[in-house]
Design a protein around this ligand. Structure first.
Ligand SMILES: Cc1ncc(C[n+]2csc(CCOP(=O)(O)OP(=O)(O)O)c2C)c(N)n1
Ligand SMILES: [Mg+2]
Length: 280
């Protein structure tokens, strides 16, 4: 295995990695006293698959020109992203304890100038997909073989900049671009459907010229199959991942309050017990 090869070869290994990412993000948020645990846990399985099984990147050379690009457009889920990067070897796991602290390389939202492995700054929603379309366009123009992957939140995709980017990606036939929508059906304080309804989201994206599928965003086998499925030549790929905000912790799941609520020490122990199946 070269350093650029993703470390997981089986769905079971990716599931183990997902557990480590959830536990790491939980501790990271509890230590910092801030974060977005709900959206961290809805996107965790996607991150585990990408960093565990898909992305060809080199932690020793984060700027390796042939690397696959990953853009976490919903940058508020930084704790899970940083944990995934640390576990892939971009920086020591111990550095997670500095999250959002003074002088930390791990800001509250991702910054490409500070954190190894971050491709573009995110946090202000609505920009990651347009940037990813630019990356994929660059690769297409250069005839480069690397792939671009991007995750957007479902609340985020209400922003118009995404629909311009969707339209342009199809226009250019960016088959080197894969979009995941973290379809947890919640945004900051309410449901997406009661705020600015998206359904049927996959059909809308398909109408813009993309190839689409809808999968259980916590089912590693299904996610992996969706990425590996043979795709029509010349179309970008969108995977609408049905997810649960706060996935894995019963008292967090599907509750808008856990968008950015910070668990108490007692709640951290309860969450850890549920995630690991080991009683506190
Ligand atoms: C342009 C912009 N407007 C508002 C916010 C504040 N904000 C942070 S997260 C969030 C909700 C995002 O919801 P969603 O995209 O569904 O993310 P998830 O449910 O995965 O946490 C909002 C409104 C922001 N970061 N950027
Ligand atoms: Mg959401």
């Amino acid at each position: 295995m070269t350093v650029t090869t993703p470390p997981c070869t089986t769905p079971g290994e990716v599931r183990d990695l997902a557990l480590r990412i959830r536990l790491g993000a939980l501790d990271t948020i509890a230590t910092a006293g801030l974060g977005h645990v709900g959206g961290d846990f809805s996107v965790t399985d996607i991150l585990a698959l990408l960093y565990g099984g898909v992305l060809r990147v080199d932690p020793a050379d984060p700027s390796w020109p042939q690397r696959d690009r990953f853009v976490m457009s919903k940058g508020h889920a930084a704790a899970s992203l940083y944990t995934a990067l640390a576990l892939r070897g971009f920086f020591p796991e111990s550095e997670l304890a500095t999250f959002a602290g003074p002088d930390s390389r791990l800001g509250g939202h991702p910054n490409r100038r500070k954190t190894p492995g971050i491709e573009t700054n995110t946090g202000p929603l609505g920009h990651g997909l347009p940037v990813a379309v630019g990356m994929a366009t660059g690769a297409q123009l250069a005839g480069a073989g690397w792939q671009t992957y991007v995750v957007v939140g479902d609340g985020e995709i209400q922003e118009g900049s995404n629909w311009e980017a969707l339209m342009y990606a199809a226009h250019r036939g960016l088959s080197n671009l894969t979009l995941f929508v973290d379809r947890n059906r919640l945004q900051q304080g309410a449901g997406t459907e009661e705020t600015n309804a998206l359904d049927p989201l996959d059909e809308k994206i398909r109408a813009f010229g993309w190839e689409t599928s809808v999968v259980d965003g916590h089912d590693i086998d299904a996610l992996w199959a969706a990425i590996r499925a043979p795709h029509d030549h010349g179309r970008p790929v969108a995977i609408v991942a049905d997810t649960i905000k706060g996935k894995g912790v019963s008292f967090m799941e599907n509750l808008a309050a856990w968008h950015h609520k910070v668990p108490s020490a007692e709640q951290v122990e309860l969450a850890r017990a549920e995630l690991t199946g080991v009683q506190a």
